[in-house]
Design a protein around this ligand. Structure first.
Ligand code: AKG
Ligand code: FE2
Length: 226
């Protein structure tokens, strides 16, 4: 399931984060990739353990956790501190699948990557190319969102970032270990949750709505691992 999260960050938050990113020390993105991804990766990243990466990453995480769709769709158990990347001058990231296990240098933990997220930090009009292409069983999906918006997709998906031929593409990207590892189960829980919310708005807390809500929580109890 691909999910667009609108307005994760306000325009003011985007501007503040970008101002800090302009002062930050960037490094070659290939340094943080595995041997296979290294061959197809050409971008810059903030070193994952840089102090500014921690401060800014925590802001991104807090904004996502405030977003009702993120919590419902990702069912986060652990969010690895968000990271930052920049592509320009033909920079790109070829087809790859994210490493299954990642460490969080700030929290001293390792986590399984179940859900991948990109938060766009500048407007699509500011650069040419740079589409995030995510493949699933329905084909390839092209994603290029407004500044402050995010896309969430299963970490099991093959994906790439097309070359940025003009301007600069700035983003934050992150991985979440979910309470529900299985993508299909997570999708079903999300759809059930959204249906219950809409039904409640239409008809209120009827006995049937309460029954469906109980069903949601009982499924989460069955499928969730802590
Ligand atoms: O820049 C992006 O949108 C995605 C980055 C990515 O796929 C990665 O770093 O693994
Ligand atoms: Fe990736």
């Amino acid at each position: 399931m691909l999910l667009h999260l609108p307005e994760v960050l306000t325009a003011a938050e985007v501007a503040e984060i970008r101002a800090e990113l302009e002062q930050a020390r960037w490094a070659d993105g290939a340094l943080s990739a595995g041997p296979m991804a290294q061959k197809v990766k050409q971008n810059r990243q903030l070193p994952a353990d840089a102090p500014e990466a921690k401060r800014l990453g925590e802001r991104i995480e807090a904004a996502l956790r405030r977003h009702p769709l993120f919590t419902s769709a990702a069912l986060p158990k652990l969010v690895i501190t968000p990271r930052f990347n920049a592509y320009q001058g033909g920079g790109h990231y070829g087809n790859h699948v994210d490493t299954a296990i990642h460490s969080d240098p700030f929290r001293g933990v390792i986590a399984r990557t179940d859900v991948s997220t990109t938060v766009f930090l500048n407007a699509p009009e500011e650069y040419e190319g740079g589409e995030l292409i995510i493949e699933d069983t329905y084909g390839a999906h092209e994603v290029k969102l407004a500044a402050g918006d995010a896309i969430l997709y299963p970490s099991t998906s093959l994906h790439r970032v097309e070359p940025v031929t003009e301007g600069i593409r700035l983003a934050s990207f992150l991985w979440t270990q979910s309470l529900v590892k299985d993508t299909e189960r997570r999708r079903m829980l999300f759809e059930l949750d959204m249906t219950i919310i809409r039904l409640r708005a239409q008809i209120g807390d009827t006995e049937e709505v309460v029954g469906l809500t109980a069903h949601y929580h009982n499924l989460l109890r069955q499928w969730g691992d802590l």
